[in-house]
Design a protein around this ligand. Structure first.
Ligand code: SAH
Length: 496
């Protein structure tokens, strides 16, 4: 493959130092520069920056450069609020104004829906500028969908209700628990994370003190030895309940009473009305990148915490998915509910339902909701949550949506129907076997909640080719300072 020293791409080669104008931002928020049509990605640079960068990798069609110096800052550039923003893998966009972050997220959704989904979509900004709207600039005769304005956060810091800190040892042999540096498993030592809940540091410190005092080892990934792998903390911001869960490479921890007493005696009153209501262990003895194992044991309190979204209370177990940004979750679910257009007579299938969060939201306005979820503990939470809230018109099925829904459809002899289907899959999107069955169930409306616009667009394309039309699109920022993008879309049956 090697072709000597001449750059294959004819533009630049490794170690070149170049002046670059950042003209766009890529999938993970990294800056994009173009030289003679060749693309260079520059982490930590944003649209409008002019920088000096060093080429680190030069592939045939694109390469990567490292930001050395900002020659002219973008008007959207701001001072990061966190001193380790650049090293840490937790945030990618702290150097970008929040307003610009939202604009970029909207563009990302629109671009995916256009390029991958083949949809005529414009952002609110493009619409305001008259791009593609009634000015003859749209090449086909479709009237473009104008996205509804992205729902941003009032305060994009300290919003997360869940943290998973890897535990390790620093250069001086001291125990540390913090975040991984971007794309590595190197722990960046840092306190006072700007996006986490402020109670986390107090809990983490207490766990590390317990570990020091009782001689408890941190897990060493490379050697697959040592005990404590991660510290998982979840806060129910509306109930004040906190769960502390240690992920361990083993069955038990030494002197567990020490840990429990220490944690329960912590004074959290300076932060708010908080109390640790659950301390548990998660057992993960596998040599794996996955953080959590399947088994959980309770050291103190209950094996779950409760939280509320609107006036519905949810029980959340350590293995269950729960949205990480409670302030925004309500907005996201309200949008999904609005798009579902329920009148009280509908049969709704909520696929990828987790602990039934959206299902219960919908159930009070629908005739019946059926939820499908792969994690059995989440399904148990869902059943309990329905009971807790006195909601009786919900039924949950455990299993992969792409297995359960086609199986139910076949069992019914092809008569299974839904009025509305809600899809809220993980980043990889929906399996085609599922989408195929959803189309056969002939729902009037499909509400798709997505945490990855690229897979959303792929699935929208499939549904678009099978009788559904895109009607509404709206972003919701669940991950301020990060590059992840959440959105909700409505599709409904096209006119025949
Ligand atoms: N709607 C829920 C959960 C969304 S996250 C909420 O808003 O809280 C996606 C969920 O899909 C997770 O709970 C995950 O466990 C589940 N999941 C992942 N793959 C799945 C599959 N193939 N079938 C069904 N559920 C799946």
């Amino acid at each position: 493959m090697a072709k000597g020293k001449k750059p294959e791409n004819g533009v630049c080669q490794k170690n070149d130092i170049l002046t670059l104008e950042i003209v766009d931002m890529g999938n993970e928020g990294e800056g994009v520069a173009r030289i003679e049509g060749y693309t260079l990605f520059v982490k930590d640079a944003i649209t409008g920056d002019v920088i000096r960068g060093k080429v680190m990798k030069a592939r045939k069609h694109f390469g990567y450069a490292k930001l050395l110096e900002i020659l002219k800052p973008s008007p959207c550039r701001v001072e990061p609020a966190c001193p380790v923003a650049r090293q840490c893998g937790g945030c990618q966009l702290q150097h970008c104004s929040y307003e610009k972050q939202l604009e970029w997220k909207e563009e990302k959704i629109a671009n995916c829906l256009r390029r991958i989904g083949g949809q005529a979509v414009v952002t609110p900004l493009e619409a305001a500028a008259g791009n593609g709207l009634g000015d003859g600039s749209v090449s086909d005769d479709r009237k473009p969908i104008v996205m509804e304005p992205i729902m941003g956060m009032n305060q994009p810091f300290h919003y997360r209700n869940k943290a998973q800190f890897p535990v390790g040892v620093n250069g001086e042999g001291k125990l540390v628990a913090s975040f991984y540096a971007g794309r590595t498993h190197q722990i960046v030592e840092h306190r006072d994370c700007m996006i986490q809940h402020p109670c986390n540091q107090i809990l983490v410190d207490a766990v590390l003190e317990y570990m020091e005092a009782c001689g408890v080892s941190a897990y060493d990934e490379a050697a697959h030895r040592g005990l404590v792998r991660h510290i998982l903390i979840r806060v129910g911001v509306h109930t004040g309940e906190i769960m502390l869960c240690l992920v361990i490479n083993g069955k038990s921890i030494p002197q567990e009473r020490e840990l429990v007493d220490k944690i329960l005696s912590l004074d959290l009153s300076q932060i708010g009305k908080l109390r640790v209501s659950s301390i548990c262990l998660n057992h993960n003895t596998e040599k794996t990148n996955a953080i959590l194992g399947r088994e959980v044991s309770v050291l103190s309190g209950r094996g779950y915490i409760e939280d509320c979204i609107g006036d519905i209370t949810y029980r959340i177990s350590p293995l269950s998915f729960y949205q990480v940004n409670p302030g925004q979750t309500k907005k996201l679910y309200d949008t999904a509910l609005e798009y579902a257009g329920l009148t009280g007579n509908e049969v709704v299938w909520d696929l990828y339902c987790g602990i039934g969060t959206i299902s219960l939201f919908l159930a009070r306005r629908a005739k019946k909701v059926c939820g499908v979820e792969i994690v059995s503990q989440a399904v148990e939470d869902g059943i309990e949550n329905a009971r807790l809230n006195g909601i009786e018109n919900v039924e949950f099925f455990a299993g992969a949506a792409e297995d359960v829904v086609p199986a139910k459809y076949h069992e019914s002899g092809g008569t299974l129907r839904a009025d509305v289907v809600v899809l809220d899959p993980p980043r990889k999107g929906c399996d085609e076997a599922l989408l195929e069955t959803v189309v056969r169930m002939e729902p009037e409306r499909i509400v798709y909640v997505s945490c990855d616009p690229a897979t959303l667009a792929r699935d929208v394309k499939y549904l678009g080719e099978n009788g559904y039309e895109l009607r509404r699109v709206r972003g919701c920022d669940m991950f301020g300072m990060g590059y992840h993008v959440e959105c909700v879309v409505l599709m409904s049956r096209g006119e025949k």
